[in-house]
Design a protein around this ligand. Structure first.
Ligand code: TPP
Ligand code: SF4
Length: 479
């Protein structure tokens, strides 16, 4: 690599690199750097040093993420595309480039690959395909040619190999191409086009591993392996013109597919915007939030809510409705749940994190609010609450001794059963009570969120349940 590119784009303190002499990884990393340098210099491209993220899994190839001086993350084996997915969804303005090995992306990470391709998420995946597990000593991978030998196949590999570019194209990737170590100019061009492409792009680069694959299969020196690429890699247009019976002796270098399938984060934001614009509704500013006896304002950027009960009580649906109401209000929300088989006879919980600003981390760690509808779920989940937490429990329950958070108990289950006339509406009664106490949403917003998630024909029943819950809260506030 020209020294000015090394000084500009590599972490000098990480050098010398660990790759063997003659390994193809250095050339492919060079190709990524040249493609990026070209794009960064082109002010029209929208690509800057700051908005590029390099993600890798584990393997010889994956070390590139450590050498490249961009925002980078060296993750776990097979999971590079999963990490990259999170990064891209959190900030769709980033250009996320995954550097991955054939084992990393098509064996242990094969599911992540096909589903990211299927979603057409705007990532650029550059596969360093050396047809072996280099880092662990030359085991066979999904791309090892049939009957070649490997540390785990001393008499030859039986499986037929994947063509990773075709696999990605078949799964729905909107840009696929191949490159190699010898045809540098075309490989750089494809990486550059892949980065510019808006959608899932994958460039499968045939690499060389003289140390393991080459030695075990008598492919000669690194120079011999490169010579093979020179003689057997054909620019796509020339490859396409070959008669069918000749194609097996060559491989194509260049573009395989390119189309304009819609991109995942575009569709995602479209769906969220339309969910918000279906909103009714009263856009009046949020009312003051006065928790019983405290006068505290609920103005958190991140408000973590946990709803707990037993299976069948509808706490998951309640958390979904809370999150939906936040979305209608133009706020951010994360909904999650823990509903294992134990919920059939024991406890289950669901969570919603609500916030004005982007929420980031999706796990509830110290809830600001806890609803408990059963004693077992109260006992289980009343520990580790936020310092200023607020707890709402059904009045049939007994607060555990160690519970110091402000706690209000209301006859939620009884109201659902005796006043609304259906025990199964307890979750909606609880939602009315929660909103009455915390004043999270204008009533109309919560009603709309309820309507979007209840079964058809139960509207009147559930809106009545919501009202009864609000009435319970009103009495508690007055008391
Ligand atoms: C979960 C997990 N399984 C297995 C390993 C061991 N491991 C490290 S690298 C590697 C294979 C690397 O092969 P490939 O992805 O083709 O990259 P290369 O080293 O050839 O560039 C394996 C199996 C690991 N680190 N983590
Ligand atoms: S083992 Fe193979 S892939 Fe790994 S650095 Fe050496 S030549 Fe490259």
């Amino acid at each position: 690599m020209p020294s000015e590119l090394v000084y500009e784009y590599m972490r000098i303190d990480h050098l010398p690199h660990i790759w063997c002499a003659g390994c193809g990884n250095g050339t492919l990393m060079h190709d990524i750097v040249v493609a990026l340098d070209d794009l960064i210099r082109d002010k029209e491209s929208g690509i800057t040093r700051e908005n590029v993220v390099i993600v890798s899994g584990i393997g010889c190839s994956a070390r590139a993420a450590g050498y490249l001086d961009f925002s980078s993350i060296h993750t776990t084996h097979g999971r590079a595309i999963a990490f990259a997915t999170g990064i891209k969804i959190a900030n769709p303005n980033l250009h996320v480039i995954v550097v991955t090995g054939d084992g990393d992306c098509s064996a242990i990470g094969g599911n992540h690959l096909i589903h990211a391709a299927r979603r057409n998420l705007d990532l650029t995946v550059v596969v360093f395909n050396n047809t072996t597990y280099g880092m662990t000593g030359g085991q066979y991978s999904p791309t090892t040619p049939q009957f070649d030998t490997a540390a785990t196949a001393p008499y030859g590999v039986i499986d037929r190999p994947f063509n990773i570019a075709e696999l990605a194209a078949g799964a729905g990737a909107s840009f696929t191409a191949s490159g190699d170590v010898f045809h540098t100019k075309e490989t750089i061009r494809q990486i550059r086009n892949g980065i510019l492409h808006h959608g899932f792009s994958l460039i499968e680069c045939h690499s060389i591993c003289p140390t393991y694959y080459g030695r075990k299969n008598r492919k000669g020196s690194a120079v011999d392996m490169l010579k093979y690429q020179k003689e057997h890699g054909l620019i796509r247009s020339a490859y396409d013109r070959l008669p069918a019976d000749k194609k097996k002796d060559y491989y194509p270098v260049g573009s395989l597919t390119e189309n304009g399938y819609p991109e995942f984060t575009d569709l995602y934001s479209y769906i969220i915007k339309s969910a918000q614009s279906q909103g009714p509704l009263d856009r009046s500013p949020r009312r003051d939030v006065v928790m019983p006896g405290t006068g505290t304002h609920l103005t958190k950027d991140r408000y973590e809510m946990r709803l707990a009960g037993s299976g069948g009580q509808g706490v998951i649906l309640a958390s979904v409705i809370l999150a939906e109401a936040a979305v209608i209000e133009g706020k951010n929300a994360i909904q999650s749940q823990s509903y294992g088989p134990e919920a059939r006879g024991g406890t289950c919980r669901a969570e919603a994190i609500l916030g004005e600003k982007p929420l980031g981390y999706s796990k509830v760690s110290r809830p600001h609010f806890l609803l408990a509808l059963t004693q077992a779920s109260l006992d289980k989940y009343s520990g580790n609450l936020a310092d200023d937490a607020f707890v709402l429990i059904d009045s049939s329950l007994t607060a555990p001794e160690g519970l110091t958070a402000r706690t209000v108990s209301l006859p939620i289950l009884k109201t659902a059963r005796d006043v609304v006339g259906k025990s199964m509406t307890a979750n909606i009664v609880a939602l009315g009570a929660i909103n009455g106490l915390l004043r999270l949403f204008p009533e109309e917003v919560l009603q709309e969120a309820v309507k979007r998630h209840i079964p058809g024909g139960t509207e009147e029943l559930n809106l009545r349940a919501l009202k009864e819950g609000e009435a319970l809260a009103a009495q508690a506030v007055q008391a």
